[in-house]
Structures are given as structure tokens and as C-alpha cells.
Design a binder for this molecule. Structure first.
Ligand code: SF4
Length: 242
């Protein structure tokens, strides 16, 4: 179930506090965070695919040094996995080219937007199958998905801690089919476990989802019509077009 909390507003508040902290006016964070001060700018951003990341990168690159972490063992077919990861890399190259051009022509509003890096995680569908065991028939949006979120977010938190990122988050909350409340709950737990700041989010809000569709069209991105695992593909085939 979605929580009542507005995670999009929470994120805006954190960004506001970061800006103040940089100007020497640090404000403490609310009590639900494991840390008392807002994070620094090195962000490890888990991404599920290029279309979902399009708006998230556009929004966050004004404030953070983004490294995209592409870790999606839930994409159970190899060909589909390759297609999605290549599209992710192509989009990042497009953004980096755009940033460079805007910087040189003085068009960028803040000059804060920086080059985006990417780390491709291991492709290990066996980990997904193990997490989804006995939940194969679960409909999309149920317990299997919660385990799938946790698998991907845990790996992101682990890497963020190892490489000393200031914070981590995921693009997954942009999808209207994903449970943003559950994703944020998992992120908050992992923040405590790994000691790395989790950025709360609900990227579909503030027209984020709509903007991701516009950007996907603008960059001619491949937009898959099912979530990723073989079970979601079957569900889509049974139901016909979404
Ligand atoms: S439907 Fe999507 S979120 Fe759910 S288990 Fe499959 S790939 Fe993961």
C-alpha cells in the first residue's frame, strides 16, 4: 500500500537543506533519517531502464554528481537485458553531450549539471529467481515485486557504502505500477543497515512520469511494454496490451 507521506516533497526539502548547508546555514534533518545533516552531492542512482531514468537524471543532475548503477537481474531474458542496458548507456552519452554543449554556449541555468557516470552491475538472473522462488504466480505489484525491489536496492546500498557515495536512490518510483511507499520503506531500512543516506522519492509526481514519456519520445528511446521478469511478460501477454 502507498503511504500517506509525500516523498517528492521530502526530497525537495532535503535538496533545500543541502543548498543551505553549502552556504553555511546547515539545518538538521527530521528525525526519521539515520543521519542528522543533509548528504553531500555524490549520488549512486539505481536505474531500471533508460525511459524511467530520463526524467530522474534531468531533475537530479542540477543538484547531484550522478553515477548510474545499472543492476537489474530481474530482466530474465538476455537479449532484452542487453537492449535495455545499451539504451541506458546511449541516453547517458546524449545527456553528457548536451551538458557539454550547454556549458560551452552558456545556456545552462546553473552550470551545476555535470557529466553522468555509469557502473554496470553483474547480470545475475539466478539471484532474481532465488528471490522470486514460490512467488512466481504472484501478480505484478505483490510480494514478488517487493523482493525484487529489495534485491536491487540492497546491491545499490552495498556499492554506495563500498565506494563511499554520499547517498543512493532509485528511478523505480517514477513508474505508476510500482509501490513508492514500499520502495521508500526498503530504502530507509537499507540506509540504517549500510549507513549511507537514502534519498526519498516519488518521481512520478510533479509530472515526472509525463516528462519521462516526452523525453523518451525526444531521444527515440526503446520503451519496453512489460516490467522485466518472465512472469511480468507472461502476465502482459495474458492480459493483452496494457
Ligand atoms: S514484475 Fe517487475 S518488479 Fe515485479 S518481480 Fe517482475 S521485474 Fe520485478
Amino acid at each position: 500500500m502507498e503511504h500517506g507521506k509525500n516523498y517528492a516533497k521530502e526530497l525537495d526539502k532535503i535538496i533545500g537543506r543541502m543548498e543551505k548547508a553549502e552556504n553555511g546555514n546547515a539545518e538538521p534533518l527530521p528525525l526519521n533519517f539515520s543521519k542528522t545533516l543533509p548528504p553531500g552531492r555524490r549520488l549512486l542512482l539505481h536505474s531500471c531502464c533508460a525511459p524511467c531514468s530520463s526524467y530522474v537524471m534531468e531533475y537530479l543532475r542540477e543538484y547531484f554528481d550522478i553515477t548510474v548503477f545499472y543492476y537489474n537481474p530481474n530482466i530474465t531474458e538476455d537479449g532484452e537485458y542487453r537492449k535495455r542496458v545499451e539504451e541506458q548507456k546511449r541516453l547517458i552519452e546524449e545527456y553528457n553531450r548536451q551538458t557539454e554543449e550547454e556549458h560551452f554556449t552558456g545556456m545552462h541555468s546553473t552550470v551545476k549539471a555535470r557529466q553522468i557516470e555509469i557502473i554496470e552491475g553483474d547480470y545475475e538472473p539466478d539471484c532474481f529467481y532465488a528471490a522470486a522462488k514460490n512467488l512466481e504466480k504472484c501478480p505484478e505489484g505483490g510480494e514478488r515485486c517487493f523482493r525484487c525491489y529489495e534485491l536491487r536496492l540492497r546491491k545499490t546500498a552495498e556499492l554506495a557504502a563500498e565506494k563511499k557515495f554520499d547517498c543512493f536512490t532509485t528511478t523505480l518510483t517514477i513508474s505508476p505500477l510500482k509501490n513508492a511507499g514500499k520502495l521508500n520503506e526498503i530504502g530507509e531500512e537499507l540506509e540504517k543497515e549500510y549507513g549511507v543516506f537514502f534519498l526519498p522519492s516519488d518521481f512520478k509526481k510533479k509530472n515526472g512520469y509525463k516528462r519521462s514519456i516526452e523525453l523518451s519520445a525526444q531521444f527515440g528511446l526503446y520503451r519496453q511494454d512489460y516490467c522485466g521478469c518472465i512472469y511480468s511478460k507472461r502476465e502482459r501477454e495474458e492480459k493483452g496490451e496494457r
